[in-house]
Design a protein around this ligand. Sequence first.
Ligand code: ACM
Length: 678
Amino acid sequence: MNWGIILFICFSVGVCAYASQDVQVFDLMPYPADIEVQRGKFLLDDSFRISVTGNPHERGYRAATRMLRQLSARTGLFFTQDFIRPGQLEHAAAMQVHVVLPGKVALHQDESYTLTIRPKSVTLTADTDIGALRGFETLLQLLKVNSSGYYFPCVTIQDKPRFPWRGLLIDVCRHFMPSEVIKRNLDGMAAVKMNVLHLHLSEDQGFRIECKTYPKLHEMGSDGLYYTHAQIKEIIAYADDRGIRVVPEFDIPGHTTSWFAGYPDLASAPGPYEISRGWGIHEAVMDPTREQTYAFLDGFFNEMCALFPDEYMHIGGDEANYIHWKKNRTIRRFMEANDIRDFHELQAYFNRRVNQILSYYGKKMMGWDEILHPELPKSILIQSWRGKEAMIQCAKDSVYTILSNGYYIDLIHPADIHYLNDPSPADVKLTEEQRKFILGGETTMWAEFVTPETIDSRIWPRTAAIAERFWSPESVKDVHDMYSRLEAITLQLEELGLTHEKNRGMMLRRLICSREIHPLEVLVDVLEPVKGYQRGALREYTSYSPMTRMVDIARPDASVARKFRWNVKAFLEVNLEPGTAQMIEEQMSVWKENHSELTALIRQIPALDEIKPHAEHLFICAQIGLEALNKIRKGDPVKKKWKKNHLKTLKKMHDPHGQTELMIVSAIKQLVDGVPER
Ligand code: ACM
């Protein structure tokens, strides 16, 4: 990161939220609630040891050991301390951790901590080991290096989350995600202090968990791709060790094709049913009028409620398609007989019955905002995804709620869009009491267009910015500062085995069957997958389509393109700064000079044919941009027509190719616009 540019931009647009010293020194994410900076450093060397005292749950010792190993890995220091275990008090250890009580991984757990770093000591105190875990992550992020060694800057941090529910949903149905994918993402979540993994476990495309009561669910609904009970228990234990709850979702009554592959009698229309290979809203829907449906669900939830320890069970409830209800005469008769006026009311009847089952097994019911209905008890929790209205309504009605609208990372929007989306927006009129019902938010990783190979690159690093929105004070919202810290955090996330950075090289090498990926990297650095729901509209995909092309290698929020856009903006808005001009020029020259090698490569590789127009456009953009920059620098005015022609040429370069977009066209247009006119 070029700090000159960052500070230059911050200064120029006047939006830096913190003292610049903090911004430069601390790559913390989420940023703590309170940080006081002191003079001095704690120098880390081989003698570093940790002592854990008080009364933590065992996970506190395991987390301390993990942190020690991570520090050792990052620094190459040979610490002498082995596993940290209860009863091994070390009064002389430089790091003293004190935990008052064992934590419980549950909603409203105490996650606060105080971290004090002085030249000779590091002290972490927390009411629970879960708070201590959050503090360990902060300490890891504080590690710095210079030529004299590794050190922690002297600070006092008092920290606690703004929201108690900070979640990530992973859809393991559209594409199955093996346990190791889940575990490495749990590590990533812990690193940025997230505390709920929402596993979306059943869908039209797959039923992803072993069901002992009704084995045809996983046997006929999963293509053999499902978690066994043992694997689920392992995931839950792994999450618990990191202070993360696991909330399972079984999406009913819609999104249920895979259930009906084995149990067609649950459906509202006759079978047979097969696992779906395509995306979108399907017609399959459970029959809410038959007692056998509830008997089945009773047996099913009996098993699942025992397997998952969390107090919440998510029943989905989104996008139930009413076509089969409408066509089914028995269902319509049932509605008449029971004075059920419409299908939404019929779904509310279904939800009430399911809620009774879940209550019996000691669970609270959670669902997408479609399930909101006055006849449901206030004990439910609503996940607001179609907008914020349901969330606001819930807050007013004293119903717990979380926000997912605005956190759909599968839609490939840049991090700042999500970052500035507040779960409890100040401009919405709610009392403090009402706001307490907004528990937080969840980012959603729907898996139509990701595989185990690419999923991390869609989740990270953007989710770290969202994690900050859920944890840090509302006032922490400077976008440039967020991006500069994200740059450091993305590398730290890599340490955990996440593949968001490293898989790119492998995927490029595979695509061109060669190590000589540089020309293609130059292009993919400025490409992004198309946004929103365009990808599926531009080309037909199934669950077995390849996810290995340029659109999969291109990452959301392409940082090279973003920095180029910022530099152009800064250059044009702030006195045409010469250093910035040089950076812009160098970047465009790279694009221009790369062109012949890139086109030679594209000619060789059929799979690259679809992005050939982008390669041409990047070359033209570079030529036009260099010409415009030169004219701006020289103050060399042009005729109106010059601009008009160039802008016309550039206009069509916004079009997607191979479901990717070229992300620097707007900046080139700005340069053209910035040339003085005669
Ligand atoms: C959803 O995105 N259908 C909850």
